[in-house]
Design a protein around this ligand. Structure first.
Ligand SMILES: Nc1nc2c(c(=O)[nH]1)N[C@H]1C(S)=C(S)[C@@H](COP(=O)(O)OP(=O)(O)OC[C@H]3O[C@@H](n4cnc5c(N)ncnc54)[C@H](O)[C@@H]3O)O[C@H]1N2
Ligand code: MOO
Length: 390
């Protein structure tokens, strides 16, 4: 059996960065921007008031001083004039600082009588001015490649970049297999369960920039599986779930091979996730995940997510591992790399007491996959161990 790292190497060789397309900013959230974006202007484009109050010359900002108000500057309406010694301009947050003025006295520090203001003894030191270009300067870059978050989109908008170049979304076809499965909302027979893996995987993959399609459930016969593979055409990545092991009804490998799948590997020395298979099929990457719900989700994190990132152009890199200290002693681990459902709090990690790969409630309760290397010896509380955050 190959290792997790070897399997990832094979999986990376099945994918490449996808072509790019233009999108408007309103559609850019979660997309992968491929080229650096450059600010088209300074922000703010002028020295701006940070508060509501009065713009004055620095030397006039003294407690007890009385000044004459000569006009008003509001956001979008600059004052046409200069603030001279002994003068002030009414000013509001975001307005350009008038010529001559170099600070703002907030209105709480001023008493006003007609066109006269007197500065109070409570005068604050802060000049309440945002210098021109304080946020960013023209030409400043937002680096790429990057998955765009809400905060990036706000920054790109402020930079006056209405359209960006992004990688086309990887199209993923998700095929659950098994006679025992029905869709959520359907009425299961006495020997049936509700399909969960396709829904969990779609949520995971859509959340990292892919577009996953849930295909009809393939039944445990060749014709049904073939029909589902046919529906998967056009996808960049075809993912089957279940039917990967050694049982009489585990047909995925055979059917995929008969449809031309060139296999890269079958079986990985990991737990859960051992009966994983992958290859190239009709120009797409194909991954056959094990059916146990936790196995499928763990393989999604460990294998599918890095493949999606590679297709987006974010590089062929391993998911970053974090470190925490064991809260309790652990027994020796087995011959397969073990991804244990665990909880990390305040830098301390505790594996969940039950690790059966059928238990989705345990997975949902966990916030980490604690990684025990193959053949890991017994470990003591306080030792450092690696994990993937969930
Ligand atoms: N004799 C052996 N038996 C098994 C071995 C083995 O090495 N020798 N491996 C075990 C391991 S490890 C796993 S993992 C499972 C994986 O088997 P399959 O990929 O063939 O999965 P199925 O048998 O189809 O299903 C397993 C389990 O998961 C449920 N399932 C399947 N698909 C879904 C879905 N989309 N949503 C929710 N639940 C699903 C299914 O009902 C089964 O309960 O094989 C072991 N056996
Ligand atoms: O590998 Mo299975 O995926 O141990 O449950």
């Amino acid at each position: 059996m190959i290792t997790v790292i070897e399997a990832l190497d094979h999986l990376f060789s099945l994918v490449a960065p996808l072509p790019t397309e233009q999108v408007g900013l309103a559609e850019a959230a979660g997309r992968c921007m491929v080229a650096p974006a450059k600010a088209n202007r300074d922000q703010p484009p002028f020295s701006a008031s940070a508060m509501d109050g009065y713009a004055v010359r620095g030397e006039d900002a003294q407690p007890g001083k009385t000044l004459t108000v000569i006009g008003e500057a509001a956001a979008g309406h600059a004052l046409d004039g200069t603030v001279e010694t002994g003068q002030a301009a009414r000013i509001f947050t975001g307005a350009p600082l008038p010529q001559g003025a170099d600070r703002v006295v907030i209105q709480e520090d001023v008493s006003r009588n007609g066109d006269q203001i007197t500065i109070a003894d409570t005068l604050e030191d802060n000049p309440f001015v945002r210098p021109m270009g304080a946020d960013f300067k023209s030409g400043q870059e937002v680096s790429a490649p990057r998955l765009l978050r809400a905060t990036d989109i706000a920054l790109l908008a402020a930079m006056n970049i209405p359209e960006i170049t992004v990688t086309r979304k990887p199209q993923v076809a998700l095929i659950s297999t098994g006679d025992e499965l029905v869709m959520p909302g359907d009425t299961p027979g006495p020997d049936q369960i509700i399909v969960s893996n396709t829904y969990g995987l779609k949520a995971m993959l859509d959340g990292i920039g892919a577009h996953a399609r849930i295909l009809p459930i393939a039944r445990d016969n060749r014709a049904s599986l073939e029909a589902c593979f046919d529906l998967a055409q056009g996808a960049d990545l075809v993912v089957t779930i279940g039917g990967a092991s050694v049982g009489d009804h585990d047909l995925v490998g055979d059917v995929a091979a008969s449809l031309g799948m060139e296999r890269s590997f079958y079986k990985v020395a990991m737990r859960p996730g051992k009966p994983l298979m992958a290859g190239r099929m009709n120009g797409a990457a194909m991954v056959g995940l094990p059916g146990n719900p936790v196995s499928a989700m763990v393989c999604g994190h460990v294998f599918l997510a890095p493949m999606i990132r590679a297709m987006l152009g974010l590089g062929k890199t391993l998911p970053p591992r974090y470190e925490a200290r064991l809260a309790h002693d652990l027994d020796a681990s087995g011959p397969r790399e073990h991804y244990m459902r665990a909880e990390v709090h305040d830098g301390q990690i505790t594996p969940e007491p039950r690790q059966d790969s059928a238990l989705l409630s345990v997975l949902a309760n966990a916030n980490a996959l604690m990684i025990r290397p193959a053949g890991d010896p017994p470990r003591k509380a306080g030792e450092v161990i690696q994990y993937l955050p969930l």
